[in-house]
Design a protein around this ligand. Structure first.
Ligand SMILES: NC(=O)c1ccc[n+]([C@@H]2O[C@H](COP(=O)([O-])OP(=O)(O)OC[C@H]3O[C@@H](n4cnc5c(N)ncnc54)[C@H](OP(=O)(O)O)[C@@H]3O)[C@@H](O)[C@H]2O)c1
Ligand SMILES: [Zn+2]
Ligand SMILES: [Zn+2]
Length: 339
């Protein structure tokens, strides 16, 4: 099969002929049709996060495709099923975290001593074929095409999980910080759920787009958010904890700031920007892939047309263009590679 191989840290990705995987017990083999490019893929390839330990190094965890073979003992999926895959494929079942029998989530994956992580320690989805644990797949809603489904499998899943984690109340105002892959989905999910929605973006060229995606208001930073009356929830979906710290200026009494962002260098601080955080009864929450039920909800909202990922589609031969453009922050808003 052909796959997008990352030769070494920071090297351009290359389409190479590699061995096609075969499904083991409990696995399915997918013909990948589309795989989104997450910011975490970039950081993995740049060595900001640990470089993929699979050989050859193939990353990607937003793969949507068709089951073409099932491994021994696989009963939940059949040949011909249209499925989406997820980043955490399995946990070890034996470590101290697994002994609590947590569900398959970003949290259980990150706390397990020996998890199976798509595109990190096993082959990822930027390839023509991919073997994954059947239990980590979801059946795609009928009529939802692969390119549109792909960004939901991480960006949409995380954005919806972050909104769910904030437990928004009917009258509340939701701000989304960082309008990228996750952020443009979070904005739409909040709007589709009926909330007044604020986009917080440092990119002036995104103001009109954010409004088009459903933002009732677009602001530049925490101070502008505060001047505009603040928000009950800030969904932090950009790449910067510094920006999240700044956004605290605009958090209302009883407000929640939800960190979906993974910032490998900056820090989130409750300091001078939020001097009365304690008295205002505010909370800081983390969010990740918080359960396959949420992923199903996120996919259903897209299948119904309430939320539509904005994608730029690249055929696999143009993988380096996709990676370069995403790294420059110029993709609006998710690069999806077709295989
Ligand atoms: N929790 C999870 O499980 C999970 C899953 C996937 C991704 N993530 C994390 O989510 C974040 C976003 O991923 P993505 O794929 O959506 O990335 P992306 O498409 O590249 O978007 C990132 C956004 O961050 C903002 N940004 C970039 N540089 C910034 C800076 N220096 N200061 C402030 N804001 C900046 C930009 O928004 P504006 O132009 O609007 O300012 C940009 O659009 C990453 O940190 C990633 O690690 C977490
Ligand atoms: Zn991701
Ligand atoms: Zn474990």
């Amino acid at each position: 099969m052909k796959a997008a191989v990352i030769p070494e840290v920071n090297a351009p990705w290359e389409i190479r002929e590699v061995a096609t995987p075969r499904p083991g017990p409990g696995q399915v083999l997918l013909k990948v049709h589309a795989c989104g490019l997450c910011h975490n893929d970039l950081w993995t390839a740049q060595g900001v996060f640990p470089f993929p330990s699979c050989d050859p190094a193939i990353t990607g965890h937003e793969a949507a495709g068709e089951v073409v073979e099932v491994g021994p003992g696989t009963t939940s999926r059949q040949v011909g099923d249209r499925v989406g895959t997820t980043w955490v494929q399995a946990t070890c079942g034996r470590c101290s975290s697994c002994r609590g029998n947590p569900p398959l989530t970003g949290s259980s994956g990150m706390t397990c001593a020996a998890p199976v992580m798509t595109g990190l320690n096993v082959q990822g989805g930027h390839a023509e074929y991919l073997c994954v644990a059947a239990a980590s797949t979801v059946l795609l809603p009928d009529g939802l095409d692969y390119v549109t489904a792909a960004p939901v499998l991480c960006a949409g899943y995380t954005a919806w999980s972050a909104l769910r984690a904030s437990e928004p109340q009917p009258h509340e105002r939701i701000a989304v910080l960082g309008i990228g892959g996750l952020g443009h989905m979070a904005l739409q999910y909040a709007r589709a759920s009926g909330f007044e929605t604020v986009a917080l973006t440092r990119s002036p060229d995104k103001h009109a787009l954010a409004a088009k995606l459903g933002a009732d208001l677009v602001v530049r930073d925490g101070e502008e958010l505060r001047e505009a009356g603040g928000a009950d929830v800030v969904l932090v979906t950009g790449t910067s904890y510094e920006a999240a710290t700044d956004a605290l200026r605009g958090l209302r009494v009883g407000g929640r700031v939800v960190l979906a962002t993974i910032d490998p260098v900056g820090s989130f601080r409750i300091g001078p920007n939020a001097p009365t955080f304690w008295a205002r009864g505010q909370r800081v929450l983390g969010a990740s892939h918080d359960g396959l039920g949420y992923l199903t909800e996120a996919l259903d909202l897209v299948a119904r047309g309430d939320v539509t990922p904005m994608t730029e589609v690249f055929p696999m031969e143009r993988i380096t263009d996709a990676v370069d453009k995403a790294a420059r922050g110029e993709v609006r808003f998710r690069a999806v590679v077709t295989y």
